[in-house]
Design a protein around this ligand. Structure first.
Ligand code: FES
Length: 241
């Protein structure tokens, strides 16, 4: 691997640099879980071919399900390098540091596409959450190039760990920790921040049954690879305000 996301976890007054690849199991701060590794999964296209970091279209929202078969995540190649070492806080008061985007130009980011407000997320039917390219306008914020959940107009900073810029959400989207290998392939290795997976499985049982066959299938952990497609291919209807 030529690129690794070293994380800095703030636990009390101590800042610890952590290489996620070396973590097995959960990493806990003094007051709760901040980061969890899952089985490493390679991002592949609909035909099963590995996606190359340098081939990602700019400012397009891609979706892959990770770390569970039914939990959608966004992959975005931003037009400019992201911020670095962004300190974020979860609703439960945990502080953590989002390292940066990955790829040669530090432009590739990934976030769990389950809104931290009321868990709006893309389904095969529709999507209210996604990246708004710089050239488009949004009602959620005074500038674009951000992630917007159009359910209640929450805005998240795509280049700064999905920190909240405005709207009803009170904490960042959880981020997916990625690695880009020497051969330019992309791998998901864990989730950083407070995820909503437990509540999501509870709240959307009928929907998960409809699309995945049942709770057990929906909660199946992704392994080996994760199919990654454009949001416009993942959901039939895209709603963006
Ligand atoms: S569910 Fe996303 S803003 Fe309310």
């Amino acid at each position: 691997m030529d690129r690794r996301n070293f994380l800095k976890v703030v636990a009390g007054a101590t800042v610890i640099a952590v290489n996620p690849s070396l973590i097995r199991g959960n990493l806990y701060a003094a007051d709760g879980a901040l980061y969890q590794t899952y089985e490493k999964a390679q991002l592949v296209d609909a035909a099963g071919k590995p996606i190359k970091a340098s081939a990602l279209a700019k400012e397009v929202t891609y979706i892959f399900n990770y770390p569970y078969a039914s939990t959608p995540c966004m992959l975005i190649n931003l037009p400019q390098p992201t911020d670095k070492e962004v300190t974020l806080k979860s609703d439960s008061g945990e502080t953590y540091v989002w390292k940066s985007g990955v790829g040669k130009e530090r432009t590739i980011v990934s976030y769990v596409a389950i809104c931290t407000h009321q868990m709006t997320h893309p389904t095969p039917n529709d999507s209210f959450i996604g990246y708004v390219p710089k050239a488009k306008k949004t009602m959620a914020y005074d500038k674009s190039g951000i992630i917007v959940c159009s359910s209640h107009l929450s805005a998240f900073d795509a280049g700064a760990g999905a920190k909240v810029l405005g709207g009803a959400a009170t904490q960042p989207l959880a981020s997916v920790v990625l690695e880009v290998a020497a051969d330019d392939t992309i791998w998901a290795i864990g989730v950083l921040g407070q995820d909503k997976f437990h509540d999501y499985f509870k709240e959307f049982r009928p929907e998960l049954k409809e699309f995945y066959g049942g709770p057990a299938e929906a909660k199946k952990l992704v392994s080996i690879s994760a199919k990654t497609v454009k949001l416009t291919e993942y959901s039939k209807e895209i709603i963006q305000y």
